[in-house]
Design a protein. Sequence first.
Length: 418
Amino acid sequence: MKDIVLKIEDVSKQYRLGEVGTGTLSHDLNRWWHLARGKDDPYTSVGAVNDRSLKANEDYVWALQDINLDVCQGEVIGIVGKNGAGKSTLLKLLSQVTNPTTGYIGIKGRIASLLEVGTGFHPELTGRDNIFLNGSILGMTKGEIRSKLEQIVDFAGVAKYIDTPVKRYSSGMKVRLGFAVAAHLEPEILVVDEVLAVGDAEFQRKAIGKMQDVAKGEGRTVLFVSHNMSSVRNLCNKGVLLENGRISYVGDVDETIDHYLQGGSAQKVHFVEFDDMPLPIQFKKIALAQIVEFSEDVEITMDIKVNESNPDYTLGFIVFDSKANCVAVSTYDEYGLKLIDQNHLGEIQINATFQKKLLKPGTYSIRFTARTINGEAIHTVEDTIFFDVRDTHTYRGLKGMYRPRAIIAPEVQWKKLN
């Protein structure tokens, strides 16, 4: 049996709702008075369930409740769930950013975390200085950090700016450097939140590859939170599903993702909305079904906002499989269509549908781009929007010797001519 490097027992985390500080002193005194008399904390017996769709009628909410989990050395665990399910709160507890309200967390070895863009970086220090600062926090000696410095800088791709203060870095550069530090300074446990979504697609694939090397090649443990199911499926061997602050499923990563995608009507259609940006054309909302039968068409709806009229603007998308292979590409203008008439401003809704029985069962992600017909990208939504094609009797009945190796499963009409 593998060594347990992370043990979580009956862990719960409670937060106070409303304005910070209102009634805090009286509550602290009440809590102290109960504990001084050997009684239970009066506020651990109250609190609403962590469901964002419900109106708050109490002063406290349980962000996490009764979490029990053992993590063994070398496991790569994907933590999935809806926004607000408690994923990031759990990682903050494991990273000791905050303490649990109740329960016990035991950690064996060093833990490195990448929870938010620039976490642990001092904005006034250079990238080089921050590498040494982060390494020291992780317990590394200067000699150990110095031996890894060239690899870290090369992986992050920020050699030109390594002696520039981090406050002048873009968010993507901070993510690159932060991940490179966390992954190369040899922690026993690597904790990564959704921050990789800030990096470009090339760096995401590079980061996934590094985490696979850390887990499989070096036998270290990785906890990975993401809404990109293709990344979770490609990287992890075990899954944990959180719902309303509780663990609802633990098991094989494919089974965990299936439970997540099929868990209620709220998950049937995937909506992504975007705030207004100072762009001439931008995506406002993208919607598609998260689960599509092999025998069904794939339908996508895009809401576009046009702030600057230009007949050369167009849209496109690229479909990737779970191994980051490009499966399909399509653009609005390739069919001779004009997205924007002259002097047209405001919102446009576009529907794109591609044929059934084309994508074989599995998980796919889509990258969307609003651009000019000459290829200049204006607004890109990286492949963090995903959907699953479900295996059906139709597909199983069509399987042949080479079908499992194929990227797509086109419906071909065969005919004998003589």
